[in-house]
Design a protein around this ligand. Structure first.
Ligand code: PMP
Length: 678
């Protein structure tokens, strides 16, 4: 609205006229597609320096291709399961490949909407580009992905047509490897996002035709390319630009090499094994670029290849890596930092290399401090692969190839309120009495107990949380018999359970020894035993304790970085919040699927037990294996555990987000439905 010099008010609208016909009307051919690519790159060149003059360009809007994850929830609005699966895969590839790659792509000023209505042609020549309504700062590759998404919506168009457009762009502005990695999943994401925004708006205003004018063409385009692997998509899109890397070694080849050189008692996961070549955050990438959501690896606690952890290892490895017989402040700094996470009495640290070694050392400490020899363990437990640890692991000595329990090991029943002998509200006290009973029997047989090794949520035993009161009363029995209480926190420690940093804390107990491993170095081989000064002194009998690699400066730097990341990224809180969301979703699945007998766990340490019959609890072990393999086909990695192999365990890196959990739940629902149909 303006007041004219003549004194009256008038509304004016400025219109410019550009001659030409919209791309969608003239259609595509090779010359036009190449021209669109070139023009896109020229627009980027012309806008160089624009952002510095117009900082307000750093903005976002509904179609911002770096933010389309927010539309993921609309997938459930599609009724056709094929559509849902396509959209799910597109969004998964977007999150797992495009977003991490975008972080290192060149940025600049984007047109933001180089679509088939905004590019005008005069014959085969571009006569103009219109609509600056979606301009923004961003990764330049986003613009190219948008044009490609429209090129692919033309009837019968192929990735080879799209490659012509890519070649045109690359001719003017050659792209780098991050852009190459991001492009194909970004194209899928743009197509998916058109469909998802469209269906969302249908709820708002079904009469607004133009909002969903592209719905069927986007779904058709997705259908044509959705089965293409990310690596193939990348190769085909960039086929006109340059040669891309040769193929990786085939899975069969790697398998054969492995069979020739590696001991055969080591198994490979999944019916169709995976050749994983890269990890990032909560994702693992197969050799062909296919990403998998890692819902089972509790070692890469703060995310695969976390840059801060990698950087800490790299810097220290470049500077010094030696043993602990030299003075180095990093050793005591790290030990102090670790002890500070624990109750005050646990103030003395031993650093070793893996969980098994840590449990071995805990056994030696307990024997030295008590003068006793025997141990108490929980049925189904696993404590490591060394000779003594195998002897303390019913999971192994009672399993295939095992030779049963040695005399010095006493097994207490699994405190399992779902399948065990005692299932009532007083199960904690009931199972603790069993601990007292087993100790009593051992003592009567002339044995003496040096310690009770126990996890605060049973892991290999089947993801079983301990019933209330169990640990406290069990510890009382053990201590009364002169034994020590040893918490094996190898799987459940470091904030995974959400409410507490250490899982034993939920039970209001303070152990005498805490054993740590797996997540402590986010994959770097390290482990620790923390105990009281008194126990450590009792162990100091003249024989030196020394581990060549334990506590080396690289491990200390790595361990410190892991603790920093857990704290700075509030990962314990994430385990609590995301874990609660996951548990709720799993409970909802249990109501819908009779195969799900029990859902349990804490934070991001969860399990579902599959049964064929809710009364007899007949284990659904084959079904569990089937489910895990089908989920793997859908890009989500899970595994089975428990003595009956019917528990699906879920213990992802603590960086998983809401979208990952929602996708996992939707896929579990679909897979359980399809299994029920047979
Ligand atoms: N304790 C527990 C509870 C474990 O789960 C494991 C490994 N699965 C170990 C100890 C042994 O750890 P590592 O494989 O690092 O020797």
């Amino acid at each position: 609205m303006q007041t004219s010099h003549a004194g009256f008010e008038a509304t004016a609208r400025l219109q410019c006229f550009l001659p030409g016909t919209q791309w969608r009307i003239v259609g595509s051919n090779a010359v036009r597609l190449r021209g669109i690519g070139r023009m896109g790159a020229r627009v980027h060149g012309a806008l160089e320096g624009f952002i510095e003059r117009h900082p307000e360009s750093k903005r976002t809007h509904a179609w911002d291709l770096s933010q389309v994850g927010r539309y993921r929830n609309a997938i459930s609005k599609f009724v056709d399961p094929e559509h849902r699966a396509m959209l799910e895969r597109s969004m998964h590839l977007y999150t797992a490949i495009a977003l991490p790659a975008l972080a290192s792509c060149p940025r600049g000023m984007l047109h933001g909407d180089l679509n088939d209505e905004n590019i005008l042609f005069d014959g085969d020549d571009i006569s103009g580009v219109v609509d600056a309504g979606d301009t923004q700062e961003g990764a330049l590759i986003q613009d190219l992905a948008i044009s490609l998404a429209y090129a692919l919506q033309a009837e019968d168009s192929t990735l080879e047509d799209a490659a012509t457009l890519v070649a045109g762009y690359d001719e003017v502005r050659p792209m780098d490897s991050a852009e190459e990695a991001a492009l194909f999943p970004l194209v899928l994401a743009r197509l998916a996002c058109s469909a998802l925004i469209g269906i969302g708006r249908r709820d708002e205003d079904a009469g607004h035709e133009t909002w969903f004018s592209h719905e069927s063409t986007t779904l058709d385009a997705l259908k044509r390319i959705i089965t293409v692997t990310p690596a193939e998509g990348r190769t085909r899109l960039f086929a006109g630009c340059r040669t891309t890397e040769g193929p990786a070694r085939s899975n069969d080849q790697v398998r054969e090499d492995r069979a020739r050189t590696i001991g055969p008692s080591l198994s490979v996961s999944y019916r169709t094994p995976l050749q994983i070549v890269e990890g990032i955050g909560q994702y693992l990438h197969e050799a062909d670029g296919t990403p998998y959501l890692d819902m089972v690896n509790n070692v890469c606690h703060v995310g695969h290849c976390h840059p801060r952890v990698v950087d800490a290892i790299h810097r220290q490895a470049r500077t010094l890596n030696t043993n602990t017989r030299y003075l180095n402040g990093m050793l005591s700094d790290y030990a102090k930092r670790l002890c500070d996470t624990l109750p005050e009495s646990l103030d003395t640290c031993f650093l070793v290399n893996c969980g098994s070694e840590a449990n071995e050392l805990a056994l030696r400490l307990a024997r030295a401090a008590t003068g006793a020899h025997d141990v108490l363990v929980v049925d189904g437990a696993y404590h490591g692969h060394t000779s003594a640890c195998i002897d303390m692991s019913p999971y192994k000595f009672d399993g295939p190839g095992g030779s049963g329990k040695p005399e010095w090991v006493h097994v207490v029943p699994t405190p399992d309120v779902y399948r065990g002998e005692i299932r009532d509200d007083d199960a904690g006290a009931g199972y603790a009495l069993e601990v007292g009973r087993v100790i009593g029997e051992a003592c009567r047989a002339g044995r003496s107990i040096c310690g009770f090794f126990v996890e605060s949520i049973l892991s290999c035993g089947g993801q079983i949380p301990l019933p209330d009161g169990y640990l406290e009363e069990a510890f009382t029995h053990v201590r009364k018999a002169g034994g020590l209480c040893i918490s094996d926190e190898v799987q459940v420690g470091f904030g995974r359970v959400g409410d507490h940093f250490w899982a034993f804390e939920e039970h209001g107990v303070v152990p005498d020894i805490v054993v740590m491993g797996k997540p402590i170095g986010n994959g770097h081989p390290m482990a620790a035993v923390v105990t009281t000064r008194e126990i450590a002194n009792a162990f100091d009998n003249g024989m030196e304790f020394f581990s060549t690699f334990g506590g080396n400066p690289v491990s200390c730097a790595c361990g410190m970085a892991v603790l920093d990341v857990i704290e700075d990224e509030a990962l314990q809180k994430n385990a609590q919040d995301i874990g609660a969301l996951f548990l709720d979703g799993l409970e909802a699945l249990k109501k819908r699927h009779p195969l799900v007998g029990d859902v349990r766990g804490r934070g991001l340490f969860l399990g579902i037990e599959l049964v064929r019959d809710h009364a007899t609890l007949e284990p659904a072990s084959d079904e569990a294996e089937e489910l895990v393999n089908r989920m793997r086909q859908h890009g989500v990695l899970l595994s089975t555990d428990g003595p009956l192999h019917n528990v699906i365990k879920m213990k992802p890196p603590l960086v998983v987000g809401r979208a990952d959990i929602e996708m996992t739940l939707r896929l579990l629902d679909d897979v359980l439905n399809s299994m029920a149909r047979g």
